[in-house]
Design a protein around this ligand. Structure first.
Ligand SMILES: [Zn+2]
Length: 382
């Protein structure tokens, strides 16, 4: 199991960490971005704030890379150079569900296993390997479909596990889908051969996110995650929370003692013009919306950096962050993406304790969920 680094730089480092989903870039695109970003990061005056490492933890789905497998070798090189600390491979179960791998001849878990078996065994230097799953959707929660999909997930994971090399078996993370407390014991007992070896699991809240707002964890999902965490902690098993989407949820998950998270929001949001700050959430940077209240202004940027104690070389100049900007040939999305990467890296380990006051003041939606889950409870997970 990956041992996330504790650095002696004078700042508190949380044991949890944020994995950045990087989509399916080509090697050339990725190396351009790394060169651009690391140059600025290394030459920046961090003014007493902790230096961010934007590529510290990377998550990608090897089966979705089509012909761009060169990126895998490149990531290995970056790991050797210390630009990346940890790499997580996702199985592509979600992509099977959405049908986006059909053009590659992958339309079910059996197809997925054949492809992943080869990929996982060949690229054996990643730190965590997410096992395949068949994610239930919200309507399955109230029907037999839920149990069937849980059983499909367990069966496919165990079958796949047997095909992996011993050194990879020690790094797998089987996926928990939970509807009720009893599912925890059922899935844990089914996964026991894997959890005895790897001591790491993942949790998918895909069917329990809010129907009208899929980017926010629902109270029910958090309550279930809390129960799972309590059971697995006793067994010495850590949890990765898959696709949390909203960076604001990080603080609540920290509080629960969750070990790692991931989200595609930093990339997707950056493409849509947004940059994120802890507790405050996403703010749009668009030239076309200068007069609107929810748009980023120089004053708002200064305030957001100040109130969250955030510094990074990518959000120094608003004109570079604008959606339509192309200063010195560098598109605005690259500055926004790298700011989002730095911000998420920093909040993973500078805000050890949930600052409930800030959450109440700025993260209204998350605060409501937090209050629901912990109403009348004084809970400490550390
Ligand atoms: Zn920044």
């Amino acid at each position: 199991m990956v041992d996330l680094k504790e650095e002696n730089d004078g700042f508190k480092r949380h044991k949890s960490s944020f994995f950045q989903a990087i989509g399916t870039p080509t090697r050339n695109v990725m190396s351009d971005h790394v060169e651009f970003a690391m140059d600025l990061v290394n030459n920046y005056d961090w003014q007493g704030t902790p230096k961010a490492k934007p590529f510290r933890n990377m998550l990608l789905t090897p089966v979705a890379l089509r012909k761009n497998k060169g990126i895998l070798d490149y990531l290995k090189e970056l790991k050797g150079e210390g630009v990346i600390d940890n790499i997580m491979f996702d199985s592509g179960g979600f992509q099977v569900l959405t049908g986006s791998l059909k053009s590659r001849g992958i339309s079910n878990l059996d197809d997925l296993q054949k492809h992943n078996e080869e990929l996982y065994n060949e690229y054996d230097w990643a730190d965590i390997y997410i096992m395949p799953d068949h994610p239930p959707n919200l309507s399955d929660v109230y029907h037999d479909g839920y149990k069937r999909k849980i059983n499909n997930t367990i069966e496919a994971s165990l079958k796949f596990f047997e095909c992996l090399k011993p050194e990879i078996q020690g790094k797998v993370a089987p996926v928990f889908h939970l509807r009720k407390d009893q599912d925890i014991d059922y899935m844990y007992n089914s996964y026991k051969p894997m959890l005895d070896k790897s001591k790491f699991a993942s949790y998918s809240a895909s069917c329990l996110t809010h129907p009208g707002s899929p980017r926010q964890l629902r109270g029910a999902a958090l309550t279930m995650l809390n129960e799972l965490q309590k059971v697995l902690k006793k067994k010495g098993v850590g949890i990765h929370c898959l696709g949390i989407s909203s960076p604001g949820s990080v603080f609540i998950l920290h509080y629960l003692g969750i070990r790692t998270f991931d989200a595609s929001t930093p990339i997707i949001g950056a493409g849509l013009g947004k940059i994120y700050f802890p507790y405050i959430g996403g703010i749009s940077c668009s030239l076309l919306r200068d007069n609107e209240d929810d748009n980023m202004t120089e004053e708002k940027l200064r305030w957001a950096r100040e109130v969250t104690n955030h510094r990074c070389p990518f959000c120094e100049d608003l004109s570079r962050l604008k959606k339509e900007s192309n200063v010195e040939g560098i598109p605005g999305y690259l500055y926004r993406r790298m700011h989002n990467f730095c911000m998420l890296d920093q909040i993973s380990w500078t805000h050890r304790d949930l600052e409930v006051g800030l959450l109440e003041k700025y993260g209204n939606a998350q605060f409501k969920i937090f209050s629901t889950v912990y109403k009348n409870q004084q809970v400490s997970f550390f």
